[in-house]
Design a protein around this ligand. Structure first.
Ligand SMILES: [Zn+2]
Length: 126
């Protein structure tokens, strides 16, 4: 049963983002933000905050690329020009890219939703 208080103060934007990165509700910091890997809940089970109107869309994907690119491109170039066998180069490249995305994307999406919530940006707002 949600126990949302009308006098509940909104957390600072940085705190809301950090809560989202940890997959917690940006409003209360206690409820879960995702019902599965990348699917956000429509409403917090603890405080009742409504997240159905927040659509992250392609933002987290682009931000993940921007964050991982400066790390993965030099790593890929280094491994490519290191003279190692192509099988080892492809293995390192594939594992590092897929692993990096699997680690970063859910956290980036949570932080992105936290930022959208804290800044009051709703779906359809332009
Ligand atoms: Zn909550």
């Amino acid at each position: 049963m949600p126990n949302k208080s009308p006098n509940q103060s909104r957390p600072h934007t940085g705190r809301a983002i950090w809560r989202g990165v940890r997959h917690l509700c940006p409003a209360c910091g206690k409820g879960r933000l995702f019902s599965s890997c990348l699917k956000p809940v429509s409403q917090c089970a603890v405080c009742g905050e409504d997240y159905a109107h927040i659509q992250a869309e392609d933002g987290p994907s682009w931000l993940t690329i921007l964050l991982l690119g400066p790390v993965l491109v030099p790593l890929t170039l280094f491994v490519t020009f290191s003279g190692l066998s192509i099988a080892l180069v492809l293995s390192v490249a594939v594992v590092s890219m897929i692993g990096g995305v699997l680690l970063a994307l859910p956290r980036v999406k949570g932080g992105f939703i936290g930022a959208l919530w804290a800044l009051g940006i709703r779906s359809g707002d332009r």
